[in-house]
Design a protein around this ligand. Sequence first.
Ligand code: C5P
Length: 219
Amino acid sequence: MIITIDGPAAAGKGTLSQKLAQKYKLAYFDTGMIYRAVGIDLITKNIDPDNDVQALKSAENMTFSKMMELSKHSEFRSNLGGQAASKVASKTPVRQALLKMQQDFAHNPQFADGQQAQGVVYDGRDTGTVVCPNADIKIFITASPEVRAMRRHKEFLEKGITSDYNEVLAQTKERDLRDSSRASAPLKPANDAIIIDTSDMSIEDVYNNVCQIIDSKKQ
Ligand code: C5P
């Protein structure tokens, strides 16, 4: 079974996707990690993430193990890492270079320990539209920029990362704009995706709602 969970930054995709993967015994692929890995790869080499040639070179050489190694970098999950990821992700050749790696995973899905899985939960922006247009279940989750920025802000504070709400809100809007206006695979729900606005919902509510959708489709 292939499930895609797409949506803007901080909509709650990660938590939801991981809980679903656990419940339905599916592998989990956080596709944002590969764009973050390319962004961090450039930052560590003192290269501007806007550099087309170098971003493509990094994407062409990206592998799973390299991505896991780069994910240990202290800025990997920070705003800096997110902004760099969003910049490299706006480049069509970079997206094309990273597409096969994402699609191949569905043919040979594996758990973190290397064991074979019977399917995947993809978490991203275009997994229902471009990566897996034939997915069994497509969910698009969203929330207002203010709600998402507040969630991110609290997350940073809980992790001991200095954060300013207004700055996080401005960056959330900037990333939304870049993600939804790029020429290649702009952020938008697939025609057959189920759209859920989580602004006034708890994580548990969203999870229960999506489980019901999956269970009804499985019958
Ligand atoms: O989900 P996450 O915040 O880790 O993603 C980082 C950035 O990677 C996003 O802002 C987006 O620009 C890009 N991305 C993408 N397509 C995906 C996943 C992430 O363009 N499938």
